[in-house]
Design a protein around this ligand. Structure first.
Ligand SMILES: O=C(O)C(=O)C[C@H](O)[C@@H](O)CO
Length: 257
């Protein structure tokens, strides 16, 4: 058995635009459906959703069965134990929230690497290794891992070049919601000050030669970020699609007339 290739990482390294969808519903049924919708990547969110490791295990199986979208797991925190457990179940791409310094970014990378390159704990036959059928898994796995770090605070912005330069950091994702909050505009990522900070961050990440990523459910804004050179852009969420579309359908039939 051969190690699965991380097509998403390869596409980012090659600078090919990757359009994604955020998955908050924490459902393997939903993930199987949206994996075949045409998106390049999905975020299986465990930071801001009621999603836990056994559920993500099922969502990985569903993503593989459902289609071409590559699953990226957002862990709840930059934590060695959490990352080790998701690596073992076969996650190859990670989004790490709230990274503020090069040291934190280097820690995130180290948590995903076996010694001597890092501190990942060893398990003999995890799902990631095809239950031991990928014989050289420990030697091959690093090349297939993507570590995307999330910058979403003033300190993170200040250190963005140092963070992007860390070896093993595949790309830098800007968290517009948290950044808006950090800049004093909670709930308003469209505020001009937040938009200026985002545009500046995108330019600085690109100048470091690393792919920049972001999320926006606003179509015009998502297109603007693509124009500015973002390489991985999430353009909505499963929850948003379900909530807004179901409201629209109800409203069509439940008018005041
Ligand atoms: O800061 C942000 O924006 C993010 O990190 C994304 C959010 O957590 C959220 O919009 C995903 O549901």
């Amino acid at each position: 058995m051969t190690i699965p290739q991380n097509s998403f990482k390869r596409a980012l390294d090659a600078g090919h635009l990757q359009i994604g969808l955020w998955s908050i519903l924490s459902s393997h049924v939903t993930v199987e459906i949206i994996a075949g919708s045409g998106f390049d990547w999905l975020v299986l969110d465990t930071e801001h959703s009621p999603n836990e490791l056994p559920m993500v295990y099922s969502q990985l199986q569903a993503a593989a069965a459902g289609g071409r979208a590559h699953p990226v797991v957002r862990v709840p925190w930059n934590d060695m134990v959490t990352l080790k457990r998701y690596l073992d179940i076969g996650v190859q791409s990670f989004l790490i929230p709230y990274v503020e310094s090069a040291e934190e970014a280097a820690n995130a990378v180290a948590y995903t690497r076996y010694p001597p390159h890092g501190v990942r704990g060893y398990s003999a036959a995890p799902r990631a290794s095809g239950f031991g059928r990928i014989k050289d898994y420990p030697q091959l796995c690093e090349a297939e891992l993507a570590v995307l770090v999330q910058v979403e605070s003033r300190r993170g912005l200040d250190n963005i070049e140092e963070i992007a330069a860390v070896e093993g950091v595949t790309g830098v994702f800007i968290g517009p919601g948290d950044l808006a909050a950090a800049l004093g505009h909670v709930g308003n990522p469209k505020h001009p000050e937040v938009q200026a900070a985002i545009e500046n961050a995108i330019a600085r990440i690109r100048a470091c030669g690393k792919p920049a990523g972001i999320l926006s459910a606003d179509e015009a804004l998502a297109r603007r970020y693509i124009e500015l050179g973002c390489t991985f852009v999430a353009v909505g969420s499963d929850l948003g699609i379900l909530a807004r579309t179901s409201e629209q359908l109800a409203a069509k039939f439940k008018t005041n007339a």
